[in-house]
Design a protein around this ligand. Sequence first.
Ligand code: 5GP
Length: 179
Amino acid sequence: MDINKLKVLFTEEQIQNKIKEMAEEMNSFYNGEEVYAICVLKGAVMFAVDLVKHFNMPLKMEFIRLSSYNGGTSTSGKVNAVDISLPDLNRKNVLIIEDIVDTGLTAKFLLDFIGCNFHTKSTKFCSLLDKKITRVADVDADYYGFEVDDKFLIGYGLDYDGLYRNLKYIGYMEKTDLE
Ligand code: 5GP
C-alpha cells in the first residue's frame, strides 16, 4: 500500500471540534455523576484520550483489548477478547468508547458482555465513526461523531497492518489502492 495515496477525510480540526461537541452532549447527560469510561484498544485510544479531556464529571478509565481484524482490511466476522478484565460495574454509569462501528459485531459483543455480567446504572456506547451502511448486527451507537461510507479508513487510531495510528487526521484509501 502506498501511504501517499491516502486522501484526507477528516482534518485534525474537524475531529477535535466534533469531539468537543460530543463531550458537551455527554457532560449534560451525565450531569456530574461518576462514569466508568471503557476504551476499546487499540483503535479507540486517540479518541478516548481526547474525549475524556473535555469531561467534567468524576471519571474512571478502563482499557480492554478486542480484535476482529487479522491485520488486513476487513473484519474476520469473529470478535476475539484479547483482554477484557473489568472492575465491578454494578450500579455504575458505563460508557464504552470505540473508534468505529462497522459490522457492529464488536459493539454487540461488548454490550452483551456488559449486560450479562453487570447490572449497570446506565450503559452507553460512543464511537467517533459510524459505518452504518455495513452494519450486520442490530446495534446503534448512542453517540457518534461522523457517519462514513464503506471505505477503509486510516489514521487517528485506525491502523493499516499496525501502522499509521499516530496520524492526527483520518484518511481513506480507494479499495484499488489497498493491494
Ligand atoms: P466491527 O466489529 O463493527 O465490524 O468492527 C469494529 C472494528 O473494526 C473497529 O474497532 C476497527 O478496529 C475495525 N475497523 C472497522 N472499519 C475500519 C476501517 O475502515 N479502518 C480500520 N483501520 N479499522 C476498521
